[in-house]
Design a protein around this ligand. Sequence first.
Ligand SMILES: *Cc1c(COP(=O)(O)O)cnc(C)c1O
Length: 353
Amino acid sequence: MSRFLRKQYEKMEPYTPGEQPKIPDLIKLNTNENPYPPSPEAVKALSGEDMESLVRYPDPEASDLIDAAAEFYGLEKNQVAVGNGSDEILAFIYMAFGEKICFPSVSYGFYPVFADVFGCDAKAIPLTEDLRIDPADYMDFDGTIIIANPNAPTGIALGRDEIEELLRADDSRLVVIDEAYVDFGAESCVPLIDKYDNLLVVQTFSKSRSLAGARIGLALGAAALIEDINKMKFSFNPYNLDRLAIIAGTAAIKDRTYFEECCGKVAATRERFTAKMEELGFQVLPSKANFVFARTDKISGKDYFTKLRERAILVRHFDKEPISDYVRITIGRDEDMDRLLAVTEEILCEQVK
Ligand SMILES: *Cc1c(COP(=O)(O)O)cnc(C)c1O
């Protein structure tokens, strides 16, 4: 730390992203990326792009992408804003609406970090004993509520009706639903947008659209909320999506068939993999996401993580309570999961000896 850092940041703990190591033949199941490549339409659009166009700034309105996203979700253009990944959208939300904010104590690691960065009055609300979000615990909170649905790293989803109750209970507070994983089998709250002007839905192209490297996120909600988000964007980084991201994102969201096919494959693999893990004696939380959260009495979360890593399989372990027994495993291709299952059997056999 230099002596120039602002006092308020001396104790700030930055977010720790999952590793992106350069180990050959690594099976990488630690950051919930999609195992399938981006839409061929996105790849084609990028390869057809004249790279000399990069001499110009991108469209600050990202209109092509906004039009395509509005069409996909059945919304008006003024109900959509874009961010450099949904992380940036979340940052805008904290800037704009985060004076007083709450989120689940076990959830996306960025929620408490943003609260520090933007000096929010933040409250972490514990999960139930079985690691669920109980909407009743949020009913009386009188600030902005952020919930990831499905939640990370548990994968457990709330129903749309449960979220609707929160929206209806008190329309003087904003409810933000982070739908990073919704496309893998949970119920989206987008259909509630025209009914509730206190709802913001956050989506990302990083998981279900295989474009984590392009950094594209969306905010979807009432026009007045989107206007506030754009006020933050245009006060911070008007060109937050680069030209290539706009091109790739626009082509990807227009390719509904490929998107649905990939999400379907991941969900099918998840169900098959979950059943096999249960056969091996794991307890697997009921996931609607592209990952599962699993534990067993046979080996600790940390040891299982370490032994997988020694065999070039990378998953995610969070060394904190109440989830230190668990590992989070991203759903990869069928062959990746078969390899993981075979290696897991070996590891469990060694434990018994
Ligand atoms: C991955 C993830 C994000 C961030 O996604 P980007 O669009 O890549 O910034 C946001 N929220 C949750 C819950 C996530 O898991």
